[in-house]
Design a protein around this ligand. Structure first.
Ligand SMILES: [Zn+2]
Length: 74
């Protein structure tokens, strides 16, 4: 059983600054403020949190739900 990744790389859609953020273990994070341009990011429609929309990884709850279908991505 592969461990869940908790640290995601969020790419700001405005200034394209990449920042490392640790995902909350028990909830989704709806807002994220870009440390460079101070834009408050919100998830895209249909996404549950900013990590799913802008992060390098989907949030932990998504990772758990879709883990099996993403096993072939290495
Ligand atoms: Zn930014």
């Amino acid at each position: 059983m592969a461990p869940i990744e908790w640290v995601s790389l969020i790419t700001c859609p405005h200034c394209h600054h990449e920042s490392v953020a640790t995902m909350p273990t028990d909830s989704c994070q709806f807002f994220y403020e870009c440390p460079k341009c101070k834009t408050r990011l919100r998830p895209n429609p249909g996404d549950c949190c900013v990590f799913c929309s802008f992060g390098s990884l989907p949030c932990p709850s998504i990772q758990q739900d879709t883990h099996r279908s993403q096993m072939n991505q290495v």
